[in-house]
Design a binder for this molecule. Structure first.
Ligand SMILES: Nc1nc2c(ncn2[C@@H]2O[C@H](COP(=O)(O)OP(=O)(O)OP(=O)(O)O)[C@@H](O)[C@H]2O)c(=O)[nH]1
Ligand SMILES: [Mg+2]
Length: 443
């Protein structure tokens, strides 16, 4: 991955291939999102545009003429001449009009490229070429901070990079007795990577076992999980709801690790809130396991808070992506609450229209304390609704259980009798069952 040298910011040329099954709007939205991903890496957008193609599978990806035009922009061919202003319908002319600097340093495609396509493009364009997956993997590896996230992202990165290794060895390949020294060096490097991957997998297994233990110790404390598209405002809301200092950034994938904190002001029973990784359309295949396992926390939640950036014109599609991924990991049956965030950026009319479209949603701004208090209240009510009333006789010999009861349930009355404490409480059915079984088994 190139980095800026002498404060010279890397200029990225973004290209989308528009295949017949994709609308112009979809291309624009996806390209705009690619721009934000690329800016998250610290690059500047040199120019962007799309080109119609029957598929993204052509070995050269673009036609020879187009490649030549791009090569002029990257400096692989001589500077553009006047004829470039007459590029046809493809939209590539936008490149030339919007280009403010003379040269692009990298080219980023808004689709996945095979190792062979990537190689062909780099040969033709003379600069480093990325595909969407490469960019997302790079962001993930820069932002991962917990041990699990780092291990998983490193595994994904190696999976992605291994078939794409070249260059360092390809250039000075020598033939000795029919064997290519360059190739064998490449082979050695690939083997070293495979060993490294095996080591990472072993390490990951150990860390996951420890995490599982930590999770079981938290089990049964009611948890609300913030889920939603990247940059929707989940961490901002987490911070406001729990007083924690989680990272908030106007960047994609600022959060990669799940954080769990207690709701503040505190409630009885205590309610936990978890902040999770953001979703994105076309999540790279290699990152799916990493992504799903960081969502583990949401699997134990009894309430899902879908956070949406209502000020993003594309939020309905983003909400669909979130719903579809949660469906894949069978999380959709849980209680949920839709939070239309960032409404401070909307006009009254826009808010009224949203109110009609999503009558059950809460319109909020994570930056507004009254709105955050309303979310707090909604969480408490939703969890209280999941609780049922019950009455238990706790023998004095079992008074240790009282601490646990206070932790997980809402105690409404305690009466002291000769044989024990009669507790009237509200709790979730599973917790009440567990308590009942313990009382029968142990006392
Ligand atoms: N105007 C406005 N901006 C907000 C609001 N909530 C969050 N933001 C901004 O949106 C950006 C993203 O916020 P985060 O809380 O980091 O978003 P996130 O959903 O955690 O993002 P990822 O961790 O990348 O998935 C930040 O610049 C926030 O300041 C809001 O209600 N109104
Ligand atoms: Mg976040």
């Amino acid at each position: 991955m190139p980095t800026s040298v002498d404060n010279d910011i890397i200029q990225a040329l973004l290209i989308s291939i528009r295949t017949p099954n994709i609308s112009a709007d979809e291309v624009d939205c996806s390209l705009a999102e690619l721009g934000r991903l690329v800016r998250t890496l610290g690059f500047e957008i040199f120019a962007s545009g799309s080109q119609r193609q029957q598929s993204t599978k052509r070995l050269s990806v673009l036609g020879a003429g187009k490649l030549e035009e791009l090569a002029r922009m990257t400096g692989a061919l001589e500077e553009a001449d006047d004829s470039l202003a007459n590029i046809d319908e493809s939209g590539l002319e936008q490149f030339l009009q919007s280009a403010t600097k003379s040269r692009a340093d990298v080219v980023v495609f808004d689709c996945d490229l095979s190792p062979m396509q990537l190689r062909n493009l780099e040969d033709a364009l003379g600069v480093q070429v990325f595909d969407r997956t490469g960019v997302i993997i790079e962001i993930f590896s820069r932002h991962a901070s917990s041990k699990t996230a780092r291990l998983q992202v490193e595994l994904a990165r190696l999976n992605y990079l291994t078939p794409r290794l070249r260059r360092e060895h390809g250039g000075d390949r020598q033939r000795t007795g029919g064997r290519s020294v360059g190739e064998s060096a490449l082979e050695l490097e690939r083997r070293a990577i495979r060993d490294k991957q095996a080591e990472l997998r072993r390490e990951l297994k150990k860390v996951q076992e420890v995490m599982q233990e930590q999770k079981s110790s938290r089990q049964a404390t009611p948890t609300a999980a913030l889920v939603g598209y990247t940059n929707a405002g989940k961490s901002s809301l987490m911070r406001a709801l729990t007083g924690s200092d989680v990272l908030i950034e106007n960047k994609l994938f600022a959060t990669l690790d799940t954080t769990v904190r207690a709701l503040v002001p505190s409630t009885q029973p205590r309610i936990l809130v978890s902040d999770t990784v953001g979703f994105i359309n076309k999540l790279p295949h290699d990152l799916v396991p990493a992504f799903h396992s960081t969502l583990e926390e949401a699997k134990d939640a009894c309430l899902l808070l879908y956070v949406v950036d209502a000020s993003d014109g594309n939020f309905r599609t983003q909400l669909e992506v979130v719903r579809s991924v949660l469906g894949q990991i069978r999380l959709t049956e849980k209680d949920k609450l839709l939070l239309l965030n960032k409404v401070d950026c909307l006009s009254k009319d826009e808010r009224d229209a949203l109110c009609k479209e999503f009558p059950d949603a809460l319109q909020i701004s994570a930056l507004n304390s009254d709105d955050v208090a309303a979310v707090h209240q909604a969480i408490v009510s939703a969890i209280a609704n999941q609780m049922v009333s019950a009455c238990f006789n706790i023998p004095y010999g079992a008074s240790a259980l009282m601490g646990e009861i206070h932790n997980k349930m809402q105690v409404q009355e305690e009466e002291y009798h000769a044989l024990g404490i009669r507790v009237t409480l509200k709790g979730r059915s599973a917790d009440l069952d567990r308590l009942n079984k313990r009382l029968l088994r142990e006392y």
